[in-house]
Design a protein around this ligand. Structure first.
Ligand code: UT7
Length: 314
């Protein structure tokens, strides 16, 4: 098979500098360790310091990914960043990353699809590589959710966190790379979750129960559909990397999927829900064990509502 494009040659992540435990939050909110762990699976998360934001985290993750790939920034010819928490409406985070890493002059834009952003942006990056419009893409997922969450709202303050992940994608065709994507959105469900821009009083709201039910249904459906239409058997899947929203969503989906035990990546206990950051943040822990010829499925879902999944051949 040689229809893949965008082999991952470097991965990196950056998290907010401040580690915040459930105990820390219980000191300022009417919550407790047992509720947060039982209902979400989160034990601690990282919050950005005052001098950090979505763009600085994205830039740090990008520098780490370039160093890991062992390449210079001037070999990148496109920067695509998934985010919904850019520090300002303009410029895009991708432009700020280009400046920070020394890749000015190349194409750079953001993709907005809330927690599904990385899975959407991966499909865009793949298309650009496949068409020949780009040869090496820096693909980023980054969010500073503390900038849009009301830290006095216990139902959301314990969940969302700050972080970014970046990958370097190389080449327009080859054995390894993205193969296929599912993208979906239904704006009729927009009232289930929304948030204003950073710095405004319009803080994040979600109907947690309804988003939960939707996510637990769409996640395994997408995995099954993506594998079936590409004739990939569940045993060929080495990793499923889901958006890290809630451990109960992930476990409910795992019960419905036939992928090998232990293939589903869970790290929200350490990082919480970093929205578009949550999938690419996962790569540094697993990239070194990638087995050529097997597959990685990445699965996003979130406000919009939006949903998307990507099939990647290692
Ligand atoms: O990433 C973007 C997409 N978002 C998602 O995928 C989120 C999906 N939803 C969820 O993860 C869950 O719905 C939540 C974790 C947000 C909430 O869990 P839940 O089991 O659905 O709780 P709930 O909202 O139904 O609230 C149950 C109770 C309520 O108390 P009463 O009304 O039963 O007395 C809440 O007030 O839990 C209470 N509660 C809390 N208690 C202690 C809510 N937040 C907290 C808290 N600590 N932090």
């Amino acid at each position: 098979m040689s229809n893949a494009a965008g082999k991952i040659i470097g991965v990196g992540r950056a998290l907010g500098s401040r580690v915040v435990t459930n105990h820390d939050l219980a000191e300022v909110l009417d919550t407790d360790e047992a509720w947060v762990v039982e209902r979400t699976g989160i034990k601690e998360r990282h919050f950005a310091d005052d001098d950090e934001d979505c763009a600085t985290l994205a830039a740090s993750a990008s520098k780490a990914a370039l160093a890991h790939a062992g390449i210079q920034a001037d070999t990148i010819d496109l920067i695509v960043c998934a985010t919904s928490t850019a520090p300002e409406s303009m410029p895009s985070v991708a432009c700020l990353v280009g400046e920070a890493i020394g890749a000015a002059g190349v194409g750079a834009f953001d993709v907005s699809a809330a927690c599904t952003g990385y899975a959407y942006a991966a499909s865009v990056a793949h298309s650009m590589l496949k068409s020949g419009a780009a040869r090496r893409v820096l693909l980023i997922g980054a969010d500073a959710m503390t900038r849009v969450v009301d830290q006095k709202d216990r139902s959301t303050a314990v969940i969302f966190a700050d972080g970014a992940g970046a990958v370097v994608l190389d080449g327009g065709s080859g054995e390894s790379g993205f193969v296929d994507h599912i993208l979906g959105a239904d704006g009729r469900m927009a009232p289930l979750g929304r948030a204003g821009h950073p710095g405004t009083e319009n803080k994040l709201y979600q109907n947690g129960r309804e988003v939960f039910k939707f996510a637990a249904r769409i996640f395994p459906e997408m995995v099954e559909k993506l594998l079936a239409r590409n004739n990939v058997s569940p045993e060929e899947v080495q990793y499923v990397i889901p958006h890290q929203a809630n451990a109960r969503i992930i476990h409910a989906a795992m019960r419905k999927m036939e992928v090998p035990e232990g293939s589903v990546v869970v790290n929200l206990d350490r990082f919480g829900n970093t929205s578009a950051g949550s999938i690419p943040i996962s790569y540094p822990d697993i990239f070194g064990s990638f087995e050529p010829g097997r597959y990685v499925v990445t699965v996003g879902f979130g406000f919009g509502l939006t949903w998307a999944a990507n099939l990647y051949r290692i």
